[in-house]
Design a binder for this molecule. Sequence first.
Ligand SMILES: [Zn+2]
Length: 700
Amino acid sequence: MTSAIESIKAKVDIADEIGLAVALQRAGKSLKGLCPFHNERTSSFYVFRETQTWHCFGCNEGGDIFSFVQKHQSLDFREALLYLAEKAGVSVEEHGERTEEDREISVARERLLKLNEEALLWFHQMLLRSKDATQARAYVQERGISTDTVVAFGLGCASEQWDGLSLYLLGRGYTEHELVSGGLARWRESESQERMRNGIYDYFRQRLIFPIRDIRGRVIGFGGRALGDGKPKYLNSPQTLLFEKNTVLYAIDMAKDAIKQIGQVVIVEGYVDALIAHQYGTKQTVACIGSAITEKHIQQLKKLTKQVTLALDPDAAGSAATEQGIQEALKGFDRTVLPVPLAASKMEGTGRSQSGPGGQFRKSGQQQPRGIIRLEEQVDAEINVLQLPPGEDPDEVIRRDLSTWLYAVAHPLPLMDYYFVVKTADLNLREPSGQTEAAKRLLPVIRTVSDRIKRDAYIRKLASMISIDERTLYDTLQRLPRDQKTAGVTADFTGKTSGRQDARMQARERDEANRTIGGVAEENDQGQMSQVDALSHQDFGLDKHKTNAIKWEDYLIGLLLQNPGLSQHVCGIINDSDFAGTDTRELYRILNSVYQRDVSPTLQSFEQFVPSALLPAVARAIRNVESKSPQDGAKLVKEAEQCATRLKRNRILQLNTELQYLIREAANAGDKALEKQLRQQVFENEKLLRTIYTSTHLQG
Ligand SMILES: [Zn+2]
């Protein structure tokens, strides 16, 4: 297999292949163009002929020719291999991949695909023309499904007849066996002898039919919604050569382009939800057939996007089924390896290792003796939860109030934030019993986060939410049995020591700040690390700035809520994208728009625009400023401005952190032009930071 891949790579140049999809221009040793994976007007997408790799520093995607083909054409590896093998004139089968049996199965699959196409036509014609389909057409109308949607998705109808479809297909030359194994008919058992087969009858009867296609648009099965009181209410194709219930995503073929373009997939629970979402323009929507989201669903989706938005039934939120779905979703995403810097080796005394191209990104397992960079797993996905008014299905919300739906789709709640809201909704967090219960419920969930930095952030969030010493939470987390699910956690939350906690946190922060990133540290053009450069190196952990920022974000939002007039003083410094927290970012956006409409808004007038999911963030922000003593106007303005400046600074530091990765990569790839360009960006950021420092005299 490896040799087939190598010979394909040797024969098909990555620039030629990508050049088919992207207009590439020469840029130094590399080629650049507009990234096909995110919307952009200036080129951030680079192809490196020397290393036969590509990288986009706009959206941080990259890889080799296979990953490009897979991602661009939404193919799995095997499909991409076949595609490229044909192009290279390399025979993949030569390498002993396929047996006679494989070949037979492949023929049977092709035949079944044709059979399904024929069945689809029959169902579809029934729905459009048959007088037996009156009830089905009425149902379609009642659910608000347009004729265009009916045609685009090929909806159909199975009548009450026992053998309408079977007779039609037998007449087209298919056998009874093919119909049964294809999931379109069942054997009719003889009444006298149970095991005797006595012809066949239709699998779907008196149902509205939803053809289910794979990502390439081929019909692999059907879903049938009972018209009237038929049981079960929804009947899907049985397992066949093509149809595997736990992998199917309804409407994936219609949604894939939008998912890639928008960078988000919305997962709903029902066929009609998906249809209506598409009909009203949310074309990045798919439906999950069956009850749970499985790892296999996610495997398909992650080729298209890493932003997964679950439209969960709000009533079921927090239920075991939902939680299981979420756990599966989390598990499904590959834990991709990201280079994570180690603290400089003690042997290197000064705290700075030698700079230059010595530090390589190594594959895990190839442990470097001095560990300049080690690779650590990180869940490579952002899972959000879409919040809808309680008791309503997505299709109802869309038809009744499209703007609510669109807002929810554009502002989903990060999964863990969602957990924090849902799991503590019924608790009084000011009471010790409520605090203990909150920890009991949330710690097992936090524990499932494999990324340590993120996990720490959630621990801190929980600690501040329930005013409990972080250390106590860590201890409890350690004590959780390995397979602890949700219940039965015993935790002792007495003895709060917030003073000690503060001291410890400060010590830790100092510690982290003193850490230097060996190997990744780069000298700038002047041959010296600037103050800013040094700062950006202190915090290579990706979420560090974020955690830090969120404290300030809460405080700033709190200040603005209590003194709306402050908005005008900070809007020149920051915009909503400077917020790292989803909730604070959204609150800031709402605050600004309310302030623009109403010169002196009250907290009440503001709260009516806040989605209920954000109310805890409002409470948190207000708590944050309440404890401070009241200040005079001028002091408040200064405080708000300083706060906004900190946010801006954090954001830029975060950007520089990411740029350092890319500089390293460009250096490794020998791409001076890109490296320079990236350095230029770092330089611009530094300039901006200096301006910020001098204009505000902010103490770092
Ligand atoms: Zn991109």
